[in-house]
Structure formats: C-alpha cells, structure tokens
Design a protein around this ligand. Structure first.
Ligand SMILES: Cc1cc2nc3c(=O)[nH]c(=O)nc-3n(C[C@H](O)[C@H](O)[C@H](O)COP(=O)(O)OP(=O)(O)OC[C@H]3O[C@@H](n4cnc5c(N)ncnc54)[C@H](O)[C@@H]3O)c2cc1C
Length: 476
C-alpha cells in the first residue's frame, strides 16, 4: 500500500475503468483483504499492496500493464500454496488473483478441456468427474492447477499419462509486458518448452488446453498400513524391489509422522499403496507388504476425492490448513536408501523429543509410478528430473515463532543431506521446483546439463528482459 500512496496511485480510479465488469480490486482496508491474501504459508510470503481479482484475460493484461507503467511488482495467486524463498522478495506487490478464472470446459471430442489458469485441483477433478473424465493433476485439493503444471507437476495419474506439464496442448499466456500469446508446439515452441518445467519465470497463464481421459475406475483401491519405526529397513527394501515392476497404475505413498494416539513415544510409518484398479488386484500387488507385521491395516476402495481425504490432502485436511510456518527441502531419488531413511527417522525421533514445537512436522515419500513420465524425451520439456523414481520432502511445520526458525531450517536441511549423501549422485541434488525451499542452486532445480540453463537464460532474456517474473525460484 505504501508504494501506491507514495506514487499517488488510486487503483480504483486509475485501473478500475480498464477492467471488465466482473473484475474487482481490494485494498488493505477492505473487509475481504485479509481473506484474499491469506496463504498456506504466511512466513516469508509476498507483501501485497492490492489485490486485482481478474475475470478475463484482458483483465490480466491490464493489471500487468498497469503494474509495469507504475513500476509495481506483480505476482499471480491461484491456490495460495506457493512457498519458496523468492516469494518474500515481492514487496508491496499487486496480487493478480486468478481464482475467478476457474472454468473447466470439455471439448466436443472429449479428449481435451479448456481449464482456467486459476482453477484448483479440486475444481478440475470435480468438474471433469461429473462428465466421466479425469486429468493428471496434483493430489492436494486446494493447490492451484497451474503452478504444478508450470513446474512439471506430480500426481496419481502420471504413471499412466505423464506429468501434468505433459498434458498441455497449448496455453494462453500473458507475457511480462502484458501482451497475450498462444504457446504450443506450433506457436512460440521454445517458450512452450520453457513453461513446462520452468514456467513461473515466463508469463501468466489464463487458460490451458489440457488432455483429459475417461475415468476407468470410479473407485480406486487402497491398502494403508501403519508400521512402527523398527520395520523401516524391511519395508523400504521391499519397496525397492516392488518399484522395479511397479505398474503404471500404482503409487507408493508414505509419511514418517508422530501420531501420539498410535505411538506416544516414536514416529510411525504411515504407508499406502494407491491403485487405479479393482481391490483384488491391489491386494495381490500389496501382498508382500502384508508379510511385515503392521500396527494397523486398512484397505478398501475410494473415489479420487476420497483418496485425497485418506492421504490428508483434502480441502478440510492438514494439507490445506493455513497458518503454520512450513519449510520443505525436496530431493529426487532413484530408490530408497534404507540406511539414509534410518538416519532421517532417528533424527526426526530425536528432534521431536528435544524440540516438541516441531513435532507436528512430517516427512513425505512419494513413490508415483513413472512409465508415463519416462516415455517422454527428457529434452523435450524444461522439466529436468524425469528419471527420478521417488520424490521426498520434509514438511517442517510449527506455529509461527521466530525463535524456532533456525532450528527448523537446520533440521530440514539435515534430513535432506542424509538422503543426498546416500543417493546415486551425492554431489548433485535434484530438487522439484514446486517444493523448493529456495536455497537450492539453479542447477539443482532446473537441471545439471549445461544446455538447459543456457537455453532457459536465453529465453528469459528474450521474453522477460526486465525480469519482472522473479518471485518463484527465479532463473535470474
Ligand atoms: C500441501 C501441499 C500439497 C501439494 N501437493 C502437490 C501435488 O500433489 N503435486 C504437485 O505437483 N505439487 C504439489 N504441491 C506443490 C505446489 O505445486 C506448489 O506449492 C505450488 O506453488 C502451489 O500453487 P498454488 O497455485 O496453490 O499457489 P500460489 O501461491 O497461488 O501460486 C504459486 C506460484 O505459482 C505461479 N502461478 C500461480 N498461478 C499462476 C498462473 N495462473 N499463471 C502463472 N503463474 C501462476 C506464481 O508464480 C505463484 O507465485 C503441494 C504443495 C503443498 C503446500
């Protein structure tokens, strides 16, 4: 707001008339401002001078142009789950709020859908589900659809169809100068390449033309196990064997987490096998896991929204809860190194006792299947980590408390270091951009092959010479 006042800008009067009738502007003294700007993580979040709720592509263009004319930073907002260091450098920014751009429209041939840039995972799953269709989306219901796609993305269906970014036929993009273009294989193909993995740096997506598929199984199957920590080695060694022949329909998904009702002393391992297929087949696949003594086993069938709830990623679950300081330190792996995971477990166990404020943290190991992902040439998109089999991150979480920050950061980094030391390439961390803490190097995020960063830098210079889009793991 200070920047608006110091520059004598009256946003309502100066920008308002340039917007469509359905757009709106909110300023800090408006009743809904706090609600509009609240985020999954408030810690190191952008500071917002004003919110422009866009309703058309033209509104996005006007908001971007207006911000540029007045030298104001701007930042897109969809699901509000973005949490990486660079966001904090957006000071007194215009929040270009995409949430009204959430339409989902199926094409006549039923093979693609037009999806608004501000739609959420839940919105897309529900709208397509009503039509018997599904798409490759993230898992967490309240995450925006766009940011995962821009960073490559991960979700249940990736083994069958590829990453979210691989589903894009074309996108309408408002460039950092306010011009709007269509990007696809046929139109600005290099920019199209860039937005599929490094997209937060290049433009604002108003609309995606996105692949959709028939729902094969309205109900998926799941097998959920709870194990005590002493089963860790046998469990992840077995998982290493199983992922060698993991069918495209299967995800291994596990948490190391403290659940006092189950084990008041130590963290437990919550382990799920999620399967796009009938229960007997899931049982057959999960059979080896049943040979390990579990504290609890729960199996059944569930729709995708029910699976989101079962994995704590539904809109009422912990994945969507706002207000905690949350730090993530992602790493991509080829397999589970049980000695490293043991170190992680012991560190978590010890830290939770020593620093009870951090005991609400958890450690997530995502073992999506990868056939669909690896069927696509690694050079054909900006997403650099196609050969990883497992995606791991801690979620170090605590009630906002500055005195905890250093301890929490050291804890999260240490957990990642254990895994890196025991990985296939301990000198070269591979970190998923959408989980990035923000302290990683550009190579770690955007790929170690020299040509990748060179290409991205060249494209950045061409498409965003003023570096206006620099608030989400910036290339420059
Ligand atoms: C609890 C939780 C669960 C998650 N689950 C998954 C998952 O299952 N799969 C997965 O891949 N990732 C997942 N993520 C990571 C997620 O992809 C990132 O956190 C992402 O940044 C969140 O996007 P958002 O729209 O919710 O957040 P926002 O804060 O609204 O957006 C984040 C950034 O994305 C960019 N952006 C947003 N909308 C647009 C747009 N229309 N055009 C251009 N840029 C835009 C902007 O740079 C913005 O700063 C999860 C994160 C959390 C916290």
């Amino acid at each position: 707001m200070a920047s608006l006042i110091s520059k004598s800008i009256n946003l309502q009067a100066d920008l308002g008339p340039r917007l469509s009738p359905s757009a709106s502007i909110a300023l800090p003294d408006d009743a809904n401002f706090a609600n509009l700007t609240s985020r999954w993580r408030e810690w190191h979040a952008p500071t917002i001078a004003a919110v422009v709720q866009v309703a058309t592509e033209g509104d996005v263009q006007q908001a971007v142009r207006f911000a540029n004319e007045h030298g104001l930073p701007f930042i897109a907002r969809s699901g509000g789950h973005g949490a990486t260091e660079a966001m904090a450098s957006a000071k007194d920014a215009i929040q270009i709020d995409f949430r009204k751009l959430s339409h989902v429209k199926l094409s006549e041939d039923g093979k693609t859908a037009i999806i608004g840039g501000g739609a959420t995972v839940k919105g897309v799953v529900e709208a397509l589900g009503k039509l018997g269709k599904q798409a490759v989306t993230g898992v967490c219901e309240c995450v925006g659809i766009s940011a995962p796609i821009l960073g490559g993305g991960h979700g249940w269906l990736q083994g069958q169809y590829g990453l979210p970014a691989d589903q894009v036929i074309s996108a309408r993009l408002v460039l950092p100068n306010g011009d709007a273009v269509t990007v696809s294989e046929e139109s600005h193909s290099e920019l199209f390449w860039a937005i599929k993995g490094a997209g937060h740096n290049f433009g604002l997506v108003t609309e995606w033309k996105y692949c959709v598929y028939d729902i094969k199984n309205p109900k998926w199957s799941y097998e959920i196990f709870v194990f005590s920590g002493d089963k860790l080695e046998v469990l992840y060694e077995l998982t290493n064997e199983m992922i060698k022949t993991q069918p495209p329909q299967v995800t291994h998904w596990s948490y190391i987490i403290k659940v006092a009702d189950i084990d008041p002393e130590h963290p437990i391992i919550w382990y799920a096998i999620i399967y796009d297929g009938p229960v007997p087949e899931a049982r057959q696949y999960a059979k080896p896991i049943h040979s390990i003594e579990a504290i609890m086993v729960n199996s059944g069938e569930a729709t995708i929204p029910e699976l989101a709830a079962l994995t704590f990623q539904d809109e009422n679950g912990p994945g969507c809860a706002k207000g905690l300081t949350s730090l993530r330190y992602p790493i991509g792996l080829k397999s589970y190194n049980t000695a490293s995971i043991r170190k992680v477990y012991n560190e978590i166990d010890e830290t939770f006792r020593r620093v009870p404020e951090l005991a609400g943290s958890f450690f997530l190991l995502e073992g999506y299947s990868t056939q669909g992902v690896q069927a696509i040439d690694e050079a054909s998109t900006a997403f650099p980590h196609r050969s990883d089999e497992v995606l791991v991150t801690s979620y170090v979480q605590y009630k906002p408390d500055e005195s905890m920050d250093t301890t929490a950061q050291e804890f999260g980094k240490k957990l990642r270091d254990y895994l890196l030391e025991g990985s296939d390439d301990p000198d070269r961390l591979r970190a998923y951009v959408n989980y990035a803490n923000g302290d990683e190097s550009l190579e770690e995020i955007y790929g170690w092959e020299e040509w990748r960063l060179e290409k991205l830098r060249k494209l950045k210079k061409h498409w965003d010479p003023e570096n206006r889009m620099r608030y989400y793991v910036p290339i420059v």
